[in-house]
Design a protein. Sequence first.
Length: 258
Amino acid sequence: MTGTATLAFPPSFLKLLAHEVRWKLLEALAQSDRRVQELVQHVGEPANLVSYHLRRLRDQALVTERRSAADGRDVYYSLDLDRLRGLYFATGETLHPGLAEASGSPALQGILGAFRLTRVLFLCTHNSARSQMAEAILRYLGQDRVEAYSAGTVATRIHPLAIAAMAEKGIDISRQRSKHMDEFAGEQFDYVVTVCDNARESCPIFPGEPEHIHWSIADPSAVEGDEETKLRAFRIAADELMARIRYLLVLIDRKHSP
């Protein structure tokens, strides 16, 4: 995700968002990455019309697409919340500087004081990188207001480059362990977040009707090249998870604060 917000005529940004179909698409993607078939069902419009409006959102780099790792025929769409937020404040600033983004805004820092204890489980295939990093980031940002866990469809080991990428952020995951999702069978969670496409397809049912969220994040361990190239892929995944989890924490605060 990028925080850059440049638009020649900011009012056109409001026109872009004001369309009913595009607003419904943003509503759906604000919560979870989704395939086009799911977006068609959500907005209740023909696939060609949904594709047109997705293209309009992609043209402004508000929405990105990535081919599913589980089924190459599927494409996942993601909303860049950082860019949306930046354009929103840039538009306001054209009217009055007092409407610009305030420095130190609590939305991106994480509003930690009002959280009740919320349980979140991150799932991926091997529980070696993406879900492990997500577990650690949520625990780091949420402090003692959340319970963060992770697991995989198979248990392996934590990837050394995941440990290295997180260490650069001051987060130590070297003592975490890889776990199979069966270890959490029967437990209740507020949120179950799949961070790879394959895990979404095989996600088990957990009691208590947790909210299911999907983040279609590329597998950094699949990147080939020299060590620096591979490490860069883990850094990119860690940065994307950091951005998404900051917004997840705001969602948790709004929904679960007393």
